[in-house]
Design a protein around this ligand. Sequence first.
Ligand code: SF4
Ligand code: SF4
Length: 319
Amino acid sequence: MNSSKKKEGMMKPENGEKKISRRSFIKGLSIAAAAGSAGLVTGGCGSLGNTEEMGLKWEEYFKKNYRLMSQKEKDETVARLVRLAKMKDDRDIQMSNAEPRENVLYGYAFNISRCKGYMDCVEACVQENNLDRKSKTQYIRLFEMDSGQLDPTSGDGKYHHEVPVADKFYMGVQCYHCENAPCIKACPTKATWREPDGIVVVDYDWCIGCRYCLAACPYWGRRFNWGTPEVPEEEINRKQHYLGNRMRMKGVMEKCTFCVQRTRQGKLPACAEACPTGSRVFGNLLDPDSEIRFVLKNKKVFRFKEELGTDPKFWYFMD
Ligand code: SF4
Ligand code: SF4
């Protein structure tokens, strides 16, 4: 893939700072070179603080797609992003590039007879994943349904009242991490793919914002950043993963990652941990002793729109 496909957004400082085009960036580099390595960069590159920052941004701009990087390049990439966050926003972050673990394939099951619609999962997901507060982006949508319905499109995804409500039940919908994912096939830049542990991820720096994946997903699993995501500084989750909750930029796609920054450290996803009713079951499908395997073996499970052949790794069940 030629690096020329990459978006100007890569060079764009967040929070309304002046946009830097590829042209002005290269011009700034020439000025820096002329000024020598000691001085601050001035002129057409006002938001580049110094030559180190400019060099880091240069390397960042021309990096490979994450899928094609060697382990050394991945390590250098996250180190560079950590350094840039410190230089640009004086923010100390921990960024992981933890790889999928051997013999792990993640799966999720949602107990529709237990969920009471409290939305603790939604809130936990927003906090954990640094979701844009301005647009009120959510990865999870909870639908309030009438008895007998099993299709969330016929439910109410915008209820605002006390829960639970008699004779209603609740169904959570998020990215299902499909094994045969139409979103992946639709992406023209290979910016989205399925990892060996089953997590469907996005390299935000390779997304060109065409939104083909969003259109291809039959489950409303993807979210597009129409603006630069805004998270109050004191609420930013600083424990991040390159493919997960690191700060996104305007014009790129994002989605549930099964909380890759948590699950590859052996923790539950934030939604499953936050659920007060135990409706959310997450685990390793390859482990015969896992709770998810117990659910699949012993409960009546179903998958949404199974007839599409997308093979979601997300099931619904009842007690
Ligand atoms: S639910 Fe949608 S976004 Fe998630 S993997 Fe499936 S097709 Fe892709
Ligand atoms: S697994 Fe993580 S990212 Fe996905 S819906 Fe749950 S909290 Fe959000």
